[in-house]
Design a protein around this ligand. Structure first.
Ligand code: NAP
Length: 225
């Protein structure tokens, strides 16, 4: 039976991934910034664990709690959008940049650093990073600078993790979940979180050390870094 750790699992795609894996018999370690407020997660058969991905002390605490426990699927899902405007967007402040990079980039780095040994302890352990097509240089649109650059960096982290972790037998995939109807994607998005989560889970099962470093969408279409 698989053990999966999913960050930012209290709503959106993370919640749906938790639901998907739990329904398929996995042991799900679902992290949330505020477990007491994670009412949808509380309805599932999952372990809810506290984690803010900008808090390195919180990573230390959770890594100590999970020490020695094998994690088959580590999913770095937590993310924020930030301001969507162009160069003149007044919301593109230094603090705004620091926050988006802390969640979407160093948050992914700390997630992998904290739990790489747990993934190495699993047979065929895999790491999935939720980036976005918006982070591909082929999708540049002159807007959402903080988000686009942070998701490009998250994808780049995935490419580097794939190299460093291959000798440990860990495969790493970078994923665009589609344009998904969540708080972030909005109600006008293309697909439901259910379709996205089941597609992502299928792609993660398809991932191997031979394909490690892949950047693709929830349906398996390749994306350029
Ligand atoms: N929706 C889309 O169309 C789309 C497209 C491309 C990529 N993505 C990516 O897919 C992932 C999930 O997106 P979503 O649509 O599900 O977003 P969402 O509905 O806004 O949910 C974001 C999740 O991230 C968590 N989070 C935010 N800041 C955090 C922090 N500092 N520490 C820990 N968790 C934090 C949130 O927790 P709180 O409830 O505590 O804020 C929430 O659980 C993100 O990485 C996003 O960039 C989404």
């Amino acid at each position: 039976m698989l053990t999966c750790l999913i960050t930012g699992a209290n709503r959106g795609i993370g919640l749906e991934l938790a639901r998907h894996y739990a329904a398929n018999g996995a042991t799900v370690l679902a992290t949330a910034r505020d477990p007491a407020a994670a009412t949808e997660l509380q309805k599932l058969k999952v372990e809810i664990l506290p984690l803010d991905v900008t808090d390195t002390a919180a990573f230390d605490r959770l890594a100590a709690t999970l020490k020695g426990r094998a994690i088959d699927r580590l999913i770095a899902n937590a993310g924020v959008m930030g301001p969507r405007g162009g160069l003149a967007d007044p919301a593109n402040t230094a603090e705004g940049w620091a926050h988006v990079l802390a969640v979407n980039v160093s948050g992914v780095y700390f997630t992998v650093r904290a739990f790489a040994d747990n993934v190495a302890a699993a047979k065929n352990g895999k790491i999935a990073i939720l980036s976005s097509r918006m982070g591909s240089s082929t999708a540049a649109a002159g807007s959402s600078y903080l988000y686009r650059t942070s998701k490009a960096a998250a994808a780049n982290l995935g490419a580097n993790f794939a190299v460093e972790l291959k000798p440990k037998g860990i495969a790493v995939g970078v994923y665009h979940p589609g344009w998904v109807k969540t708080d972030m994607g909005g109600s006008g998005a293309d697909i439901s979180s259910t379709v996205s989560a089941s597609g992502l889970a299928a792609r993660i099962e398809h991932l191997s050390t031979d394909t490690s470093g892949v950047f693709e969408d929830y349906a398996g279409a390749a994306i350029k870094y």
